[in-house]
Write a protein that binds this ligand. Structure first.
Ligand code: NAI
Length: 241
């Protein structure tokens, strides 16, 4: 698409997608709660908290031309285990991961006719997670939300899909691996090997590989695909019936 808004654009997956979009000639508006990273190559940057109404209002206020693609790649993990996480932190997680796509889409609707919306979910939405129960619930919810949005927005000629990655090498994963290694008093390399072992392709995915899946759903090549979830997991689901 000509003009694409990418949230989470300072992150691993969002950043990789921005680079690919710019390379393919799209105009990219990036937004993140962090300032633009040094390697930022897009056209417009907005620092804003997508989980808050004021943050989303700031994004909306800066946009006045049609948006052909809208990507939600901002996401956060549980900040504490379930016995200690407080309700404000839980509400923030749900606001950023789950409801921001609905509210920002609603606010931008007049600019979105004919657009493709891509929401980054996760394989974590398919199963329970004792370590990150709220994150897993938010990602499970996104698949359903995207399906509902696809139905709601079909009259506006807007498609809505989810890309659900498996284990991907990004700052988010590096942070989690470091925490797990510290908690279990083993090396980060050991954690990485343990997490890669059950993946049929034998490795974590790259941000670029997830970005490619997003690009497909943003493009006209996926014109008949809406309300779907595209899993990019290195084959983790292949043996599951
Ligand atoms: P990341 O941590 O590198 O990037 C996420 C970005 O979102 C960060 O730049 C962060 O500042 C931004 N962000 C967080 N809260 C925000 C807020 N309130 N407002 C605006 N921006 C905010 O993580 P990564 O790995 O690139 O993740 C991108 C998406 O992919 C997330 O939704 C994540 O849940 C999902 N994902 C990642 C996987 C992985 O293994 N890395 C696996 C499956 C899904």
């Amino acid at each position: 698409p000509r003009s694409v808004l990418v949230s989470g654009a300072a992150g691993g997956i969002g950043g990789a997608l921005v680079d690919k979009l710019v390379a393919s000639g799209s105009e990219v508006i990036g937004t993140d709660r962090h300032p633009a990273p040094p390697h930022w190559r897009g056209q417009h940057w907005l620092t804003a908290d997508i989980g808050s109404k004021s943050g989303r209002d700031a994004i909306v206020a800066r946009l006045n031309h049609p948006i052909g693609g809208l990507v939600f790649a901002a996401g956060i993990l549980d900040t504490a285990d379930w016995q200690t996480i407080d309700e404000d932190a839980a509400a923030e997680l749900l606001a950023v991961n789950l409801t921001a796509p609905l509210f920002l889409t609603r606010a931008l609707l007049p600019l979105l006719a004919g657009a493709s919306i891509v929401i980054v979910g996760s394989i974590a939405g398919l199963r329970g997670s004792p370590a990150t129960p709220l994150y897993a619930a938010s990602k499970a919810g996104l698949r359903n939300l995207a399906a509902s949005m696809a139905l709601l927005l079909q009259p506006n000629d807007i498609r809505v899909n989810v890309v659900a990655p498996g284990l991907i090498d990004t700052p988010l994963t590096a942070g989690l691996n470091a925490e797990l290694a510290q908690r279990r008093n083993i090396s980060i390399a050991a954690i990485e090997a343990e997490r890669a072992a059950p993946i049929p392709l034998g490795r974590a995915g790259t941000s670029q590989e997830v970005a490619d899946a997003c690009l497909y759903l943003l493009s006209r090549q996926s014109g008949y695909v809406t309300g779907s979830t595209l899993f990019a997991t290195g084959g983790v689901l292949a043996g599951i019936t």
